[in-house]
Design a protein around this ligand. Structure first.
Ligand SMILES: CC(C)(COP(=O)(O)OP(=O)(O)OC[C@H]1O[C@@H](n2cnc3c(N)ncnc32)[C@H](O)[C@@H]1OP(=O)(O)O)[C@@H](O)C(=O)NCCC(=O)NCCS
Length: 155
């Protein structure tokens, strides 16, 4: 990418752009209320925005709870896939989590989401369990994935 990628904390002003991307990327997008509440960073909530030339090209939402960083949602604008946006968001979240004392990253991902599963495996996540019928819309299974923060930050 010719323009430099910037990762920063999300804020309410990002609401419209995040909603737009959420609807473009997910078949079962989060509600506007859920996104609104996650865009207020606090001791638990960690919203991150990726920007290229001032334009939002990805976001990540996570919770910091006890010793865990729990990834709730991550998306890259389809125009910018496979150019390092997801990696930059994930690694920034993990660096901030480590500063806050978290040591493990956890998440759930749809069983059929092979692209995201490959992305997480590339970042040293292991598939450690299944939540049967976890997703409300189609009762799809969730795959539980975990990684050590230190393993993600090695490369
Ligand atoms: C998952 C997602 C965020 C990855 O974002 P991205 O910006 O394309 O990721 P990166 O460019 O940082 O990818 C890093 C590496 O992960 C792996 N990877 C990423 N997407 C992959 C895919 N679709 N298939 C296989 N491997 C993939 C590759 O090893 C890639 O490196 P490479 O491009 O040099 O081969 C993006 O695919 C996305 O927004 N998907 C739709 C939303 C979604 O499913 N979110 C996850 C919900 S749990």
């Amino acid at each position: 990418m010719s323009e430099s990628l910037k990762i920063r904390l999300g804020e309410i002003a990002d609401f419209v752009d995040v909603i737009r991307l959420e609807k473009a990327v997910f078949s079962d997008p989060w509600s506007q209320e859920a996104i609104f509440s996650e865009l207020r960073a606090d001791a638990m909530r960690l919203p991150l925005i990726a920007e290229l030339g001032g334009t939002l090209c990805g976001y990540l939402m996570a919770w910091r709870v006890a010793d865990q960083l729990h990834i709730l949602n991550i998306a890259t604008d389809p125009q910018y896939l496979r150019r390092g946006v997801g990696t930059a968001l994930l690694l920034k979240a993990v660096r901030l989590a480590v500063e806050g004392g978290q040591s493990e990253v956890t998440l759930e991902v749809r069983e059929s989401n092979f692209g995201a599963r490959a992305f997480y495996r590339r970042h040293h996540f292991a598939e450690v369990g299944v939540r049967p019928g976890y997703y409300q819309d189609n009762k799809e299974n969730a795959i539980i994935m975990t990684a050590n923060c230190s393993d993600l930050l090695v490369d």
